[in-house]
Design a protein around this ligand. Sequence first.
Ligand code: XMP
Length: 514
Amino acid sequence: MDTILIYDFGGQTCQLISRRIRELGVYSEVVPHDYLPQPGGGLKGIILSGSPYSVYDEGSPLADPAILGLGVPILGICYGLQYLTHILGGKVEPLDKREYGRMPLRFQTQSPLFKDVPEGFVSWMSHGDSIVSPAKGFTVVAASQQGIPAALEDSSRGLYGIQFHPEVTHCEYGGRILENFAAGICGAKKTWSMRAYIETVSREIREKAGGGKVLLLISGGVDSTVTAGILLKALSPQQVHLMYIDNGLMRKNESEEVAGNLKKLGAKNLHLVDAQDKFLEALSGEADPEKKRRIIGDMFMKVQEAEVARLDIKDAFLAQGTLYTDLIESGKGVGKKAHTIKSHHNVRTPLVEEKRAAGLIIEPLDKLYKDEVRVLGRELGILNDVIGRHPFPGPGLGVRILGDVTREKCDILREADAIYVAELKSRGLYDKIWQAFAVLLPVRSVGVTGDARDYRYVLALRAVVSHDGMTADVFEFPAKDLLEISSKITNSVRQIGRVVYDVSSKPPATIEWE
Ligand code: XMP
């Protein structure tokens, strides 16, 4: 299959580049920055990703210069361009002022990279270093308003570079520019589809698992349900053991709904474990977000190990619904150069590492982003109700109750969250939002009911739009709906006296509050 390789220099959006290329129907894969492909095969082009490093940093990621001799076009994005410039004798320097965000560009000359892209289109920049003098043979094709080179090429050698990020949705004509490179300049054929992905992944699962048992821990979200769907399709349902641990931090009625959905998918070995007391006890008195995450993760493994021993499936493969975003946000991107932002318990536990080291781990979604998982789920025939569910973090309400977690607080938040979500659905807003949830704050506030003075909890409502959870914008909530939902919550959940709406985007905030 015609392939575009993305070289991972550790940029947060590296996998996003690959995904955008796949969206065009061209197969693309992320490889470590020092990877050297064999000539031939289906390789049609190479994209060098961005990076949190400067080319001058000690330990900055480098590619093997031999990739320049492979005879396929190369496109450097941001650090990728700076890297090309640096190794080919040009000059890269830090600017006094960083270029960050929206940046209209002016063309200096024509380029196949900008075919059908209008003059003055708005790019998306995020860089400190800039090209001060291009490498020999390179022409400046476009520049920013400040006159800084934004796109360069040496078409005789098939080398292209852009300072902005076409993979980010805020970049106008980003998809067109990537298509101009992949399909136009590289001539890659569009043969990639989600159906093809299912076939490949199913074959890989069968080859790996053979006739062995596979254990999948079900969290209740889209990812684990889709993973269950793939396993049940690729293997005999008798081989597949699905374990759902109720940690007391789930949403209202979640456990019943999850069990029902898995049965519909043909699950034969479904193990439902009620461990609410254990988790709440372990969390008691702990207010630190990362410690809470660790406690939940550790307890999860403890409960799971006890159950695995009880069920006699100790040697089973461990399947996980890990997404690529989970891996990069935990600093475990392909090139291992991405910076750690939050620890996600599903990729850090010793048992997972142990299974990984023993080659006993199956993660069929680890190359996919959330919206790709939804497409995959639909291909597998999973109900829209499940596929369309907003993401829910592994530690559940544990990271949505700020400060220490108690059963009482869980119950309050469950009620409020259920009202919020039900209202969003009945008002036709749920599907317009990437993720909406309520957060219980560790503060109380004064109010009045009747003639009496009150002192009740403050609840924050969050609703964001996003493509993949990597960046997020605040959902522009219709004011009338927001006001009505707020009073419905305060009228129905007597412990909540005040509701606020979170208007922070990511970055600088994250989607979850902890
Ligand atoms: P943040 O809060 O990092 O969230 O902007 C990005 C996406 O990841 C989800 N999330 C988690 N998922 N374990 C998970 O499985 C976690 O510890 C975790 N923390 C955040 C979050 O809900 C959002 O969709």
